[in-house]
Design a protein around this ligand. Structure first.
Ligand SMILES: [Zn+2]
Length: 134
């Protein structure tokens, strides 16, 4: 079993993934765009029990399409987005893949909220596309 490690920009928050992600998805939604300051998130869906964090995160309570809360965790010192937890997916965390130390072998299975994707972005080969959520 491969473990992966990641950290925020300043290193205050770091984590270990003790299992490979269940899903790897690019999300083009406007909330991911705003939070990251970029155009999409590279999201890893991981079992919460397999996610081990060092260093405290702050939480911004966002609201998803469903109206249910989305808990967005970020480093209080440097602002890096680390993960999100949603009421809709209990027991799972959605890790912001851009914080990984190594991206080897990780390929997106899907792209979601492609309705909001920048028009000049080329679709990812082999990834299913969804205009909204799954
Ligand atoms: Zn930090």
């Amino acid at each position: 079993m491969q473990t992966r490690t990641g950290r925020c920009l300043c290193g205050h928050v770091s984590y270990v993934l003790k299992s490979e992600p269940r899903a790897v998805a690019i999300c083009h939604c406007t909330h991911c765009q705003k939070q990251s300051g970029s155009l999409f998130s590279f999201n890893l869906v991981v079992r919460e029990a397999d996610y081990e964090q060092s260093g405290e995160t702050k939480v911004y309570v966002d609201k998803g399409d469903s109206g249910r809360p989305v808990y967005r965790h970020f480093c209080e010192k440097c602002g890096s987005g680390i993960l999100a937890k949603t009421a809709l997916a209990p027991g799972k965390v959605v890790v912001k893949g851009g914080t990984l130390d190594n991206l080897d072998g990780l390929q997106p299975n899907s792209e979601i909220y492609t309705d909001h994707a920048a028009q000049w972005l080329v679709p990812v080969a082999g990834a299913a596309r969804f205009p909204q959520n799954y």
